[in-house]
Write a protein that binds this ligand. Structure first.
Ligand code: MN
Length: 331
């Protein structure tokens, strides 16, 4: 099922609960470079497993980005599996097994059963049990649909974690994945004690100075195409060292490019320390960024995709803008 309605999701909880109750030890995990939805969903699940009295560990290949260190339970995440045999691995917000990350993959693969809870377009379809709803704006929203109608106690910690997932994946309800239902869910989470002010202060009012300097560089490298409907920029390793910024500081840059009035599709290419080029693409309305990402072996959602390139940043940028212009012309 890929279009499970909120009611259908809530009906899937008793089956998953039975699996959880039958398990002696459970692994929770999500994708590399975790975002607010990955961490919020996995940590919310950790608090629910506490309530159910279940032994578990929360595994992430990468540490949390700084702006998410305020999340309740963040100290629970580790990239060092205990080695204790697991009956169940519950992996949230993940569509491709390769995105689990090598430090924790062997532990996840060794678990007897794999549960996937996700809202991305299915492709690889991993998992013995799959709870997938592409209409949900966030995995956290799916978890809320599993738990709110099923008498799981939503503590202020769980409410905060789920709200972080929903807010970050909807851009604070600005993206078209926002649904009336997701706003109802957010209201329920606020009633359950989610700390909205703390979330907004931690995520939006703590920008590091090097990140702002790097954004200045991104703006000065800005290029436009297709009558200013396509915007893109490049950041080299030297831009990172000169500003003192790090990879995660580029979070949100591409959305700022999309905010230019004429722009309908935007991208950022950044050179990682290994020389590999990371590409992020965003679009407005029906313009499908996955059509562009696929040409570079990547993927994602209609309005937000990512990919990699092993070419130089100039060559990758040239190919990318060509693909973006073509995509725009065909939508
Ligand atoms: Mn997500």
């Amino acid at each position: 099922m890929t279009e499970a309605s909120p009611n259908q999701l809530s009906e899937m909880w008793p089956g998953l609960l039975a699996e959880i109750q039958a398990a002696n030890h459970i692994l929770l995990a999500s994708h590399v470079n975790p975002d607010g939805d990955a961490l919020g969903s996995a940590l919310a699940f950790s608090f629910v497993l506490d309530q159910l009295g279940k032994s578990h560990e929360v595994l992430f290949h990468h540490p949390a980005p700084k702006y998410l260190n305020f999340l309740p339970g963040i100290e629970r995440i580790t990239n060092q599996p205990s080695g204790k045999p697991a009956d169940l691995a519950i992996v949230v917000d993940l569509e491709a097994i390769g995105r689990i990350g090598e430090t924790i993959y062997p532990a996840i693969a060794a678990a007897k059963k794999l549960v996937i809870i996700d809202h991305h377009q299915p492709n690889e379809r991993p998992g013995d049990i799959r709870i997938v709803s592409t209409k949900s704006p966030a995995t956290a929203a799916i978890l809320a649909d599993l738990w709110l109608p099923n008498n799981i106690e939503i503590s202020p910690e769980i409410a905060t974690l789920l709200l972080v997932g929903i807010l970050t994946d909807t851009g604070n309800f600005r993206y078209p994945n926002t649904t009336p239902h997701s706003m109802h869910v957010a209201a329920d989470l606020l009633e359950a004690g989610a700390k909205l002010t703390a979330i907004n202060e931690a995520i939006y009012l703590t920008k590091p100075l090097p990140a702002v300097k790097l954004f200045g560089k991104a703006l000065s490298n800005l290029r436009l195409a297709a009558d200013n409907q396509v915007a893109y920029t490049t950041l080299r390793q030297s831009d990172f060292t000169n500003s003192g910024a790090i990879e995660e500081d580029t979070e949100g840059f591409v959305n700022e490019l999309l905010a230019i009035d004429t722009v309908r599709m935007a991208a950022i290419l950044r050179e990682s320390a290994s020389g590999r080029i990371k590409i992020s693409i965003r679009s407005q309305g029906p313009i499908d960024t996955t059509q562009v990402a696929k040409q570079f072996g990547g993927g994602g959602h209609i309005n937000a995709s990512g990919a990699h390139s092993d070419e130089t940043i100039e060559v990758a940028a040239e190919k990318l803008v060509e693909a973006m212009v073509q995509c725009l012309a065909s939508s």
